[in-house]
Design a protein around this ligand. Structure first.
Ligand SMILES: NC(=O)c1ccc[n+]([C@@H]2O[C@H](COP(=O)([O-])OP(=O)(O)OC[C@H]3O[C@@H](n4cnc5c(N)ncnc54)[C@H](OP(=O)(O)O)[C@@H]3O)[C@@H](O)[C@H]2O)c1
Length: 510
């Protein structure tokens, strides 16, 4: 049969269990001295090399303002890898990787620096055999995304020589609202074609998130009940136990909803709620996710069905924690949300009437990300009501992190002479079922960029649809009141509990 839906017959014919190895290529990291690069990107590059997934002549170019020589850069990568890499340090892998490392010093507005970058790329092309293939990773403060992209164009670095490729990887947040996201999309697409742009939502690089697709579409037992006939509601939670740390400059004015709901949680919701794509090609996946995001309905009364909060002083992990407004670098009058909870509906036949509750927050009780699909109660109970007093609602919980796995919760008879039914759990844990450890999200995503595989990267329309959902909520919050305070180490403001209580439901305490 002839493949349709844009499928690539050559790739489809490949055995997907074989390792996917990047061809000749190089990676330029802008903002290489930053926090993300040190903790995630440089270790991920090393882990890929260590797993034999990078080409032998792989080139890594760092770009930042610091007055570093190549040797300082190599030492910095070495330290970052020693501290944060997932796989053990191997001298022979390191020696090979270091051959292709260069540092380019400069400011983003410095034309000479971009010319130096150009000649460094040409030099590495010859020395390492990168074939002119380069990905540019913009790990820089978001206000510099346009400038870096425009500099790449100005210096002819966005145009790939015949037979090679150039790609741009853009970190989050992609815009501050719908309008700014559209402006940024316009600037980026003036320079790079849509298939050259890879927007990072690192949640999509997580094994457990990709497993949502496996759970739903490789099995037969879940899909028949995955709809309004059986599902009572869905709760998607991303809770952090830490505060803003040293990232005041980034966080204040952005807040929890923009930082987490607009991207990670709406992507998790889309994967949980979407219809089965015709294939796992990027086009087919995006089409289904976009349909769900386009069908999202906001509650009419945003005051009753959304809550924003801000952490106050409290206790975290046995230690006293200061409130958000007392953190270094935060405006003591700031209205930035460190907690956000919203209720959404999806206007389609599968989900009509099923609420999706999304919440995220900092300084909550525990670090956990999960999707809980909570089922309706049995329509009729032949048991005495005292027998089911301890019985909750059935649930399938996808544990995204930590403790990755899936829990199925259902009622079971308590051993004894009387009929008493209580909730029990059946667990699948990655650590117990598989011997392989999961790659870090950034490993997977960087490899996908080098392979030109864009399945796990949100596209223009998804980003804009997501802002379209969040903008009215942010506008409402701007005009109404202040964030509710919650003590650090708790599960958020009382208003969030009241929001669910009004619907006759309660938040899970993971
Ligand atoms: N950190 C995280 O955990 C995290 C998580 C998710 C997403 N992100 C996103 O990742 C990106 C990077 O974040 P980050 O936390 O790593 O930022 P960061 O620590 O503030 O680092 C910023 C980097 O940009 C460079 N830089 C800043 N202004 C520059 C200029 N005018 N010219 C040249 N270089 C300049 C800095 O170089 P110098 O130090 O040499 O000045 C530094 O290397 C941001 O878009 C952020 O939103 C970060």
């Amino acid at each position: 049969m002839t493949p349709v839906h844009g499928a690539n017959p050559l790739r489809d014919a490949a055995d997907r269990r074989l390792p996917r190895i990047a061809g000749p290529s190089g990676l330029v990291i802008f903002g290489v001295t930053g926090d993300l690069s040190r903790k995630k990107l440089m270790p991920a590059v090393y882990d890929l090399a260590n797993r034999g997934l990078l080409p032998p002549g792989f080139a890594l170019i760092g770009f930042a303002r610091r007055e570093w020589e190549n040797e300082d850069f190599a030492q910095e990568v070495h330290d970052a890898v020693s501290e944060h890499a997932r796989t053990p340090f191997r001298e022979e892998v390191w020696q090979q990787l270091v051959q292709g490392m260069r540092f380019v010093q400069g400011n983003f507005d410095d034309d000479d620096a971009f010319e130096r970058l150009k000649s460094t790329m040409q030099e590495l092309d010859k020395a390492q055999g990168t074939g002119g293939n380069f990905a540019y990773y913009l790990s820089v403060p978001p206000k510099f995304f346009p400038e870096v992209v425009q500099q790449l164009k100005k210096h002819g670095l966005a145009d790939a020589p015949e037979g090679s490729w150039r790609r741009a990887v853009i970190e989050k947040p992609f815009g501050h609202d719908l309008e700014s996201a559209r402006e940024l999309n316009a600037i980026v697409h003036e320079v790079f074609a849509p298939d050259q742009v890879f927007r990072i939502d690192h949640y999509l690089g997580k094994e457990t998130v990709q497993n949502i697709l496996a759970l739903r579409f490789a099995n037969t037992m879940f899909e028949p009940i995955w709809n309004r006939s059986y599902v009572d509601h869905v709760q998607i939670t991303m809770a952090e136990d830490i505060g803003i740390g040293g990232r005041a400059g980034y966080y204040d004015g952005i807040g929890a909803a923009r930082d987490v709901i607009q991207n990670h949680l709406l992507q998790l919701m889309a994967l949980t709620a979407m219809e089965e794509p015709a294939s796992f090609d990027a086009d087919a996946l995006v089409a289904e996710k976009a349909k769900v995001l386009g069908a999202v309905r906001l509650p009419k009364d945003l005051g009753a069905h959304t809550v924003r909060g801000q952490y106050a002083a409290g206790w975290q992990g046995g230690e006293k924690a200061v409130g958000y407004l007392q953190e270094d670098g935060i405006d003591p009058k700031s209205n930035t949300d460190t907690y956000a909870a919203i209720k959404l509906g999806i206007d389609n036949r599968r989900w009509a009437g099923v609420p999706f509750y999304l919440r995220t927050g900092k300084r909550l009780g525990r670090r956990v990300t999960e999707i809980a699909v909570v089922f309706q109660r049995a329509p009729h109970s032949p048991f005495d009501h005292t027998a089911t007093e301890e019985l909750g609602q059935n649930a399938i919980v996808i544990r995204v992190q930590p403790d990755e796995g899936i829990t199925v919760r259902f009622g079971s008879k308590v051993p004894g002479t009387s009929m008493e039914i209580r909730d029990v759990s059946m667990d699948f844990a990655y650590g117990e079922s598989f011997t392989e450890s999961s790659p870090e999200a950034y490993e997977r995503l960087i490899l996908d960029v080098l392979l030109g595989d864009s399945n796990l990267f949100p596209r223009t329309e998804e980003v804009e649809l997501s802002w379209n959902i969040l903008d009215p909520i942010e506008n409402y919050w701007d005009k109404h009141g202040k964030p509710a305070q919650y003590p650090s180490g708790t599960w958020g403001p009382a208003e969030a509990d009241e929001m669910l209580a009004r619907d006759g439901r309660s938040w899970r305490r993971p």
